[in-house]
Write a protein of this length. Structure first.
Lengths: 364, 342
C-alpha cells in the first residue's frame, strides 16, 4: 500500500489564527504566547493528514510557559554578557554546553509526546551520550575563541590575523554536517509511534556529500545574487540619495542566499533521512526537489520582507503543503496495526523552550 | 436534541480507525459500528477546542476518541463556550481586523517608545566597568581594522583637550578621555564610545578650527551624557528579542525580519543624534557660545565633502565620513538656527 501525506491548511484561515493569537500575545506582554503556540501548532497538526486521519498537538500551555520563563532568563544572561564581551559570552556558552544534550533530548521528547495520530501518541527516548556525541565538535568553537590569541592590536590584514578570525567559523562549518547527521539519527532512531520504534539508517558521510555540494551551490548563487544586489543597491542609493538602500540591498542578497542554502540542504538531507527511515513493516518515502524548495524559500523570505512579516502564515502554509505532498508511507504493513505502549510519561517543556530560544533548529 | 451522524472512533489502544454511527437520544449518546456498541452520558464527553477546518475531536470517558466534521456534531452535542473562545475570535472578521490594527499600533509603540525607553532605563543601571569594557573593546576593534596613529601636532591636541575639559566642567560631568587617530576610510569623524572616551580623527580636526571642534565635542559629550552608545547596543538586543518572539515560528522568518530592523536602527540613531544636538545647543549657550557654531561646523564639513565629491565617486563620498553617520545635515542646521533664535 502507499499512503500520501497531505496538508489541507489554507493561508487565509491560518492568517486569522496567527494574527489573533499574536495580538493576544502582544497585549498580554508575552504571557499568552504559550497558548498562541499551542493554537498554531494545533492548526498545523490538525490539517496534516495521513490515510484519512489528521494529526493533533497536545502541548500544555502552562508547561510551555514555565519552560519559556526559564529560557528567557537564560537568553538574557547570554546576550547581555556576549554583547558586552565576546569572551565572557563564550565562557557562558562553555558552561552551558553540558546542558545542551539534555536540552536536545527534552525538546525531541516534548514534541513527540505531544503529537498524536489516530489517538496514539508519538514518543522519543534518547541517551545523553548520543546527544553529546552529536554536538561535541561544536564545543571546539568557544574553546577556540577562548584559547586563541586576539588578532594583533595594530592588526593589518595579515595571514595570521585572517586565520585567527576565521578559525572558529571554520571549525563550526566542518562540525556542522556531522552534527546534523548525528542529530537526525538520534531524532528518528529514538522516536516511537505507539509502541513501534522508528529505524533510521543514514551515514555521516552522506551528509558531508550534501553540505559540500550545498557550499558550492550557495557560493555560486551568492556571487551572482551579491553582485546583482550590490549594483542595484548602489544605483537606488545614488538616485534616492539614501545610503541605507545600499545596506538593505546587501541584506536582501544575504537572506536570499541563505534561503537557497536552506532549501537545498533541507531538501537533500530530508530525502536522505526520510528514505532511510522505517516504521514497522512500512517505509517512508520523500521526494523533495531541491530546486522547488529553494524557489519556495526565496519566495517566502521576499514576501515576508515586503509585507513586514504579514506573509508569515502564507509562507508556512505553502511550505507545509509542498513538504507533505512529497511525503508518503509505503510497504506491505498496515497503518491500522500499531498499538499503544504501556504507561507513558509526561515531559516538561523546559528543554524545548530553551532550545527554541537559542535557535537550536533541530527539525529535519 | 436527537439525531444521527457518522464519525471515526479510535479506542486509544491501537491505530485502527473504525467508522461508527453516532446516535443521540436525549442526554445519552450511542456509538454503533461493526462489533462495537458503546453508550455514554452526553455530559461526560470532552470536545477539544475547534481549530480551522479540522474535524472536531471529542474525548470519551472510556479513553477513546470520536472524530467528526464540526458541522455534523454542532447541532447535537453542546460545546462548552470557554473551549471554543479562541476559535470564535479567530472566525470573526471584525476581531481579525482589530487585531491587525492593534498590532500595527502596538508594534509602532514598542519600537518607537518602548524599546528606546527600556534601553535608556537599562543603560542607566549598567555598572561603569561594563561600559568601560565596551569602550576598550570597541577602540581595540577600530584600531585593528580602521584607524592608524594620529599625526596631529601635540599643541593642537592639548588645545582640543582643554576645550573638552571646559565643556565637561560646565556640564558638571567627569572629563572624558580624548583619543586622536587617523580615520582611514571613515574620514572626518568623531565618535563617543560608551564609558567616557571621545575619538577624533585627524581629518576632522584638519577641516574644522578650534571653535568648530568645540561644537562637535559638545555634541559628542551629549552622546556620553545620555549613554547613547550603550543604549544603541541594548536597543539592538531588544529589537532582536522582540522580533524573534514574533517571527520565531517560520524558517527564515527571523532572518527576513532583519531588513525592517536595519531601518529601525537608523531611525533610532537619528533620534539619538537629535538628542545630542539639543544637548550641544544648550551647552554651547551656557558656555557663552551660539548654537549656530554647530551649524557652521556642519556647513564646513558639507562644503569639504562637496569639493571632494566633484573629484571622486559621489557614492563613495556620501557613504563615509561624519555626515553619513550623522545624517540630515539640513534639518540639523535648521534646528541650530531655531535654537539660536530662542
Amino acid at each position: 500500500m502507499t499512503e500520501n501525506f497531505a496538508f489541507t491548511g489554507k493561508a487565509r484561515e491560518y492568517f486569522r489564527v496567527w494574527i489573533v493569537n499574536l495580538f493576544l500575545t502582544v497585549v498580554t506582554l508575552g504571557l499568552y504566547s504559550p497558548w498562541a503556540k499551542v493554537r498554531r501548532k494545533r492548526y498545523l497538526h490538525g490539517h496534516t493528514w495521513l490515510a484519512g486521519s489528521n494529526f493533533d498537538y497536545h502541548g500544555d500551555p502552562w508547561a510551555i510557559l514555565r519552560g519559556r520563563l526559564v529560557a528567557v532568563a537564560a537568553f538574557l544572561l547570554y546576550t547581555t554578557t556576549a554583547h558586552f564581551s565576546p569572551r565572557a559570552g563564550a565562557a557562558v556558552l562553555l558552561v552551558l554546553m553540558p546542558a545542551v544534550p539534555w536540552l536536545i533530548l527534552r525538546s525531541f521528547a516534548f514534541n513527540a509526546a505531544n503529537t498524536s495520530w489516530r489517538h496514539l501518541r508519538f514518543a522519543f527516548e534518547g541517551r545523553y551520550f548520543d546527544a553529546l556525541r552529536a554536538i561535541a565538535p561544536f564545543a571546539l568553537v568557544p574553546v577556540a575563541t577562548l584559547l586563541l590569541p586576539l588578532p594583533d592590536q595594530a592588526g593589518r590584514p595579515t595571514a595570521r590575523n585572517a586565520a585567527l578570525l576565521t578559525a572558529p567559523g571554520l571549525i563550526f562549518g566542518l562540525a556542522y554536517p556531522y552534527a546534523r547527521a548525528r542529530l537526525a539519527m538520534l531524532h528518528v532512531g529514538g522516536s516511537r509511534y505507539g509502541s513501534e520504534a522508528f529505524h533510521c539508517a543514514v551515514t555521516v558521510r552522506s551528509f558531508y556529500g550534501i553540505y559540500v555540494k550545498a557550499f558550492f551551490v550557495t557560493f555560486g548563487s551568492g556571487i551572482v545574487i551579491g553582485v546583482a544586489m550590490a549594483l542595484l543597491g548602489m544605483l537606488a542609493a545614488r538616485r534616492a540619495q539614501e545610503p541605507e538602500l545600499f545596506s538593505v540591498a546587501i541584506i536582501v542578497a544575504y537572506i536570499v542566499m541563505l534561503a537557497t542554502a536552506m532549501g537545498y540542504t533541507q531538501a537533500r538531507t530530508g530525502n536522505l533521512v526520510m528514505n532511510a527511515t522505517r516504521l514497522g513493516g512500512l517505509a517512508v518515502r520523500s521526494r523533495l526537489s531541491a530546486k522547488r524548495l529553494m524557489r519556495l524559500y526565496v519566495g517566502n523570505v521576499l514576501a515576508i520582507v515586503a509585507t513586514l512579516g504579514l506573509a508569515v502564515p502564507w509562507a508556512v502554509v505553502r511550505t507545509l503543503r509542498y513538504r507533505a505532498a512529497c511525503l508518503c508511507m509505503e510497504g506491505e504493513g498496515s497503518l491500522d496495526a500499531f498499538a499503544a505502549p504501556r504507561g507513558a510519561q509526561a515531559v516538561s517543556a523546559t528543554g524545548e523552550e530553551l532550545g527554541e530560544m537559542f535557535a537550536l533548529d533541530l527539525s529535519l | 436534541m436527537n439525531g444521527l451522524f457518522a464519525a471515526d472512533y479510535f479506542d486509544g489502544l491501537t491505530s485502527r480507525r473504525r467508522a461508527v454511527e453516532v446516535v443521540v437520544v436525549g442526554d445519552r449518546i450511542g456509538l454503533r459500528g461493526s462489533e462495537l456498541t458503546l453508550d455514554f452520558r452526553q455530559r461526560d464527553l470532552r470536545p477539544r477546542p475547534r481549530v480551522g477546518s479540522a474535524p472536531l475531536d471529542i474525548e470519551l470517558p472510556n479513553g477513546g476518541l470520536l472524530v467528526a466534521p464540526y458541522e455534523d456534531v454542532a447541532g447535537f452535542i453542546p460545546i462548552p463556550p470557554l473551549a471554543s473562545l479562541a476559535d470564535r475570535l479567530e472566525r470573526r472578521l471584525a476581531v481579525v481586523v482589530a487585531a491587525l490594527a492593534g498590532l500595527a499600533v502596538a508594534a509602532f509603540l514598542v519600537y518607537s517608545e518602548g524599546i528606546p525607553w527600556l534601553a535608556a532605563v537599562a543603560a542607566d543601571r549598567l555598572p561603569a566597568e561594563v561600559e568601560a569594557d565596551i569602550a576598550r573593546q570597541g577602540l581595540a576593534f577600530l584600531d585593528a581594522n580602521i584607524f592608524r596613529p594620529s599625526h596631529l601636532p601635540p599643541g593642537r591636541r592639548a588645545g582640543l583637550e582643554e576645550r573638552l575639559g571646559q565643556l565637561a566642567t560646565a556640564e558638571g560631568m567627569p572629563v572624558p578621555r580624548m583619543e586622536f587617530r587617523f580615520g582611514g576610510f571613515i574620514g572626518p569623524n568623531a565618535l563617543a564610545l560608551p564609558g567616557g572616551v571621545i575619538v577624533v580623527t585627524d581629518q576632522l580636526a584638519e577641516i574644522l578650527d578650534d571653535e568648530g571642534m568645540t561644537a562637535v565635542l559638545a555634541h559628542e559629550l551629549g552622546h556620553l551624557r545620555h549613554r547613547h552608545g550603550t543604549r544603541r547596543i541594548l536597543q539592538a538586543s531588544f529589537v532582536g528579542l522582540f522580533t524573534a518572539a514574533i517571527f520565531g515560528d517560520v524558517s527564515g522568518g527571523t532572518l527576513a525580519a532583519t531588513v525592517p530592523a536595519a531601518f529601525l536602527y537608523s531611525g533610532y540613531a537619528r533620534d539619538l543624534e537629535r538628542d545630542a544636538d539639543a544637548f550641544a545647543f544648550d551647552l554651547l549657550r551656557r558656555t557663552g557660545r551660539s548654537p549656530l557654531l554647530l551649524a557652521s561646523a556642519l556647513q564646513r564639513l558639507q562644503d569639504d565633502a562637496d569639493r571632494r565629491r566633484s573629484r571622486r565617486d559621489a557614492l563613495q563620498r556620501s557613504r563615509t565620513g561624519y555626515l553619513a553617520s550623522h545624517p540630515l545635515t539640513e534639518e540639523r542646521m535648521e534646528a541650530a538656527e531655531r535654537a539660536a533664535a530662542r
